[in-house]
Design a protein around this ligand. Structure first.
Ligand code: ARG
Length: 593
């Protein structure tokens, strides 16, 4: 059975069709006046306008057709022609029972599963992850889980940034600073092989070195043309697989990946594939040949480009730079070759790129080139962009010293705050030290993720650790607290031998909870269709609130046997749905707090 809202929508639409009115006007929405009705349809007004008729007359005719629907306790017309629909307690109870019995808590799967790649996280070699990668990781992880839960075959890929100009910058900076490494690079370039193990002298390079050197090198590259040219040449050497450059690069990738894996793990982010830009490199020669054969490649002052501008574009879109004048592959080159690689190895129906919306042009250019090359069809590649996490000044978040905040520092900071908050709230007192640590970690992750995911991804938001970690308000910690409360209630009931039983709803708070449980599927569908985990976040919050009211208004352990059994069933369904929703947001629930 489908959810009640959709079922009613279908009935109202059928009534519209019956009267010769456009059925899609019969859409049903959640009532604006929950005191009067559960759902409403405003379609009679639009239909009347179209047909030049009286809206109340149309509403009356619709209402007459709906009157016999056994799910409805009342159908009333309000104001100029709104149709108010109120469900019977029995219909609500039947639906709640279904949700309670369903391991998926009322969630349906897609009719036609697709093969989907989610490209997210996007960490780079040598650049420690910063808050920009936080949003991609959080949103991408949630979209990946959501798509998988709805039944698609989904692969999450980190698309490690490991093959561009920044590699040349780093090779230059590291060899300048450490002559021994420089000499070994020279020697290997002349007589070594890329199959050799990374030489021991390269092991002196640590992530901290890369961290320190990269910003300096990047800044110098901007000012100093000679320095920049050299970095470009070194990039070209790396891409030409000169053994010295290549093995040093391997060292960079190793040390970076270890640290990144740790950060992602702390955040509860897991990739199925940890491929990088460099993995697309072997496909580049044939791709370039193919682009040339298709007449798409043009020479442009020594570089090779694909023009993607179209007639009717509002502004001129630059071409895709495929091969630089030094002969290097660029960011767009590896992205295009990755499309080809994914097409061969996975045959995706859809690739979702969860990347900062400031890269919108980059993706538009790459996607157009992919279509021209015949690597993708329209709609197959989607850039799912997002806004920034800002500081109090409304600009992308910076540390107090004005630098970018490292993700690992952010996570540590949030954990410390979460522990403080737990102590303040008198929570976690019965936990062992390890359990407490683990709970604080979960609270911190919930705080960061929920604060992000409750906003539509396109919107920027302000980082406010105090608010994010509060146990009150629309926060991750509040949701965890509610979930843990239901868990302990159910544990207590079990201890007292109270069992679950058939669901009956009567009290307004029970009705409201049953309606909320019903709304899960619609929230999933919308979140899925719009790449919008915020819709799911909103549902989770609403569910926690409905439960909280229900818990206050409807005594459980002191109620009569049948009522108690019904309420425990409702609580069980709530817990399952809440945990599922949180899991789809990438948030883990502790057992105790
Ligand atoms: N590494 C890139 C960055 O930090 C993001 C990668 C996004 N994914 C992609 N296929 N281009 O900006």
């Amino acid at each position: 059975m489908s959810d009640l809202k959709r079922g009613l929508g279908e009935a109202v639409q059928a009534a519209f069709a019956d009267l010769g009115l456009p059925p899609d006007l019969g859409r049903v929405t959640v009532s604006d006046r929950p005191d009067l009705a559960d759902f409403q349809s405003n379609g009679a007004l639009a239909a009347a306008k179209q047909a030049g008729r009286n809206p109340r007359e149309i509403a009356t005719a619709i209402a007459e057709r709906l009157a016999a629907d056994p799910r409805l306790a009342s159908v009333e017309i309000a104001g100029p022609g709104f149709i108010n629909l109120k469900l019977t307690d029995a219909a609500l109870a039947a639906r709640a029972a279904q949700v309670a019995a369903d391991p998926r808590a009322g969630a349906e799967t897609v009719e036609t599963p697709r093969r989907v790649i989610v490209d997210y996280g996007g960490p780079n070699v040598a650049k420690p992850m910063h808050v920009g990668h936080l949003r991609s990781s959080i949103i991408g992880e949630s979209i990946k889980r959501l798509y998988r839960f709805r039944g698609d075959t989904v692969v999450g890929d980190a698309h490690f940034g490991d093959w561009g100009y920044q590699m040349g910058l780093l090779i230059g900076a590291v060899t300048d600073e450490n002559p021994a490494i420089g000499a070994e690079v020279e020697r290997l370039n002349a007589e070594g092989s890329t199959d050799e193990p990374v030489p021991a002298v390269f092991e002196a390079v640590t992530l901290a070195d890369l961290d320190r050197l990269y910003p300096l090198a990047a800044a110098r590259g901007k000012e100093d043309a000679d320095y920049r040219d050299r970095a470009r040449k070194l990039t070209a050497e790396l891409q030409a697989k000169k053994a010295g450059a290549f093995l040093l690069w391997r060292r960079f990738a190793q040390v970076t990946q270890e640290a990144l894996t740790r950060d992602f793990h702390a955040l509860g982010v897991d990739f199925d594939l940890w491929k990088g830009e460099s993995d697309a490199d072997p496909l580049i020669p044939e791709m370039v040949a193919e682009l040339a054969a298709k007449g798409l490649l043009e020479d442009d002052q020594g570089a090779r480009i694909v023009r993607v501008a179209r007639e009717g574009d509002k502004r001129e879109l630059p071409p895709l730079l495929v091969v630089s004048s030094e002969g290097s592959a660029m960011y767009g080159t590896t992205d295009l070759a990755t499309i080809l690689d994914r097409r061969r190895t996975f045959r995706p129906d859809l690739v979702i790129y969860c990347v900062d919306q400031r890269q919108a042009d980059h993706f538009e250019i790459v996607f157009r080139a992919a279509q021209l090359a015949g690597y993708a069809h329209p709609g197959q590649l989607e850039h799912v962009g997002f806004g920034t996490m800002n500081g109090a000044d409304g600009k992308p978040f910076k540390t107090r010293e004005g630098g970018v905040l490292k993700l690992s520092d952010l996570i540590d900071m949030t954990r410390a705050k979460a522990s403080e908050r737990l102590h303040e709230a008198g929570l976690g007192e019965d936990l062992t030290v390890d359990e407490f640590q683990e709970t604080a970690r979960k609270v911190a992750v919930a705080a960061l993720k929920f604060a992000d995911l409750q906003n539509f991804r396109g919107t920027s938001y302000v980082f406010d650790l105090d608010r994010f970690t509060s146990f009150e308000g629309k926060t991750g910690p509040y949701l965890l607290y509610q979930a843990v409360r239901v868990k302990s209630l159910l544990r207590k009931a079990e201890k007292e031998g109270a069992s679950v039983g058939p669901i009956a709803v009567a009290e307004p708070a029970e009705r409201d909870l049953a309606l909320t449980l019903d709304a899960f599927n619609a929230a999933l569908v919308e979140a899925y269709d719009r790449y919008a985990p915020n819709v799911l976040a909103e549902h989770a919050y609403r569910l926690a609130q409905s439960f909280s009211k229900f818990y206050a208004a409807c005594p459980m352990l002191t109620a009569g046997l049948a009522v108690r059994a019904s309420r425990l069933s409702l609580a069980g369904a709530t817990l399952r749905q809440l945990e599922l929703a949180l899991d789809l947001l990438g948030i883990e629930t502790p057992e105790k707090m």
